[in-house]
Design a protein around this ligand. Sequence first.
Ligand code: BES
Ligand code: ZN
Ligand code: ZN
Length: 503
Amino acid sequence: MDIQFNNLKQEKSAIGIIFCDHNCRLIGYGKKLDQLSKKHLSNTINADDSFNARKSKNFDYLIVHNPQNLTLSKLYIFKLRNIKNAANRDFQILGGNLLSLIKFYKENNIIIYPDGVSASKLSFVNSTSELLLGFLLASYKFTKYFSKRDAKAISKKTKIKIYSSQFSRLEKNYETVKAIHEGVTMTRNLVTEPPNVMTPPELAKNAASLEKIGVKVTIFGEKEMTKLGMGSLLSVGRGSEHESKLVIMEWKGHKNKKKKPIAFIGKGVSFDTGGVSLKPAGGMEEMKYDMGGSGVVIGLMKTLALRKAKANVIGVVGLVENHIGNMATRPSDVVKSYSGQTIEVLNTDAEGRLVLADALWYTQEKYKPELMVDLATLTGAIIIAIGNEYAGLFSNNDKLSKQLEDAGKIEDEKLWRFPLHDKFDKMINSPIADMQNISSGRGAGSITAAQFLQRFVNKVPWAHLDIAGTTWSKTNLPTSPKGATAFGVKLLNKFVSKYHEGK
Ligand code: BES
Ligand code: ZN
Ligand code: ZN
């Protein structure tokens, strides 16, 4: 899909999209086109009682074929809801709606006249940029493994033109929109790829591809990690033929290159069979998305580098396959983590925390970050607790929690905070080692998992996002077709831009 910007123009055989407000009054360039067509457009609207009567539905439009005195072949008049209070996400959803419209009618030469979409508290450039982002995000389709071309996918040849009185400002802002789109797309691709393809070494290779855009990438294999003593992370990959990796991505965008970085850490289990504590067959296929946390961190680093974020950011991903095999870790094995603390592995299916334990400790020790945020499809229990609309938030710091919650609200990637407490911490004490990897009690499974992680965090502000319920969607969402959502990329990009840039 190719997007171009210009000022008010028409074109032969293109279709146009204009907007009217919730009272069906044409606004912006829509009004101008109405004047050029000698009121053909407003007359058509006025003649359509049902369009007039329908109350502010999310998605409503009228089609005018061969509008008089215009060269456009067709005009879609899109009826906006009352947008006085509309915020960022509302415009992303509007963009998603427009995408469904052109997909449904198989249009491929489209002019959007966005002037007039700005009657809200957001500036015109911002609201239109959000609209374009939603439009691009909604167009995602993973077609790589279809041997025949997929007729339902938006064609690469689809041309979108944005004709606006402020087109040059829109065009400038479009760089950021593209950066977010490309980061989200990368995450979705990594998560959607099957696990026989997207193995730990392949994930590492994808992370390494960010070198091209200025990210410094360091990759540790099993040899290096053995030397460092990362027995916790390494214990997870022992049953797999694919080598475990730890990848560190560094983006230094702050003017002070020595400023402490902020760090994002991702769980990257390329497939989670459960290991010797084998998962049941039904639903196991879902465990290809158990690398979702690492997918978000890699995609986020891509977005930050592409838009040249003015912040120092570290991304660390622990990449392993949790498989059965003759060398696989057994329930009751004791392993020694990089921090020196020992862990009794009572359930090999509680592997994410074992990966993050070493990744967190390494990040903290090596980079002395200002804060750490980890993302992981960590527990099934978080889905039982809050379903698929919110991700779980666990943190040792109120300010960090508030900032993350705020960014999540803006991007509609919502977080809900859960408690941490010494009483929960005690539930992972082991009779034979410093801790065990599952709780000895029943209940609070997501919290005790977070308590486990906290044992690998010192005083540094830290937050853990349990994204098990939000990484994959079984239904189409307004700007995310069913499948990999990339939940977290937009949220953390907003978190960085709003709270950690340039200061
Ligand atoms: N990867 C799973 C968690 C998960 C479940 C992610 C469903 C996405 C959807 C994790 O490694 C796991 O298996 N956790 C166990 C922990 C238990 C053994 C304490 C779980 O949630 O059952
Ligand atoms: Zn597991
Ligand atoms: Zn897992």
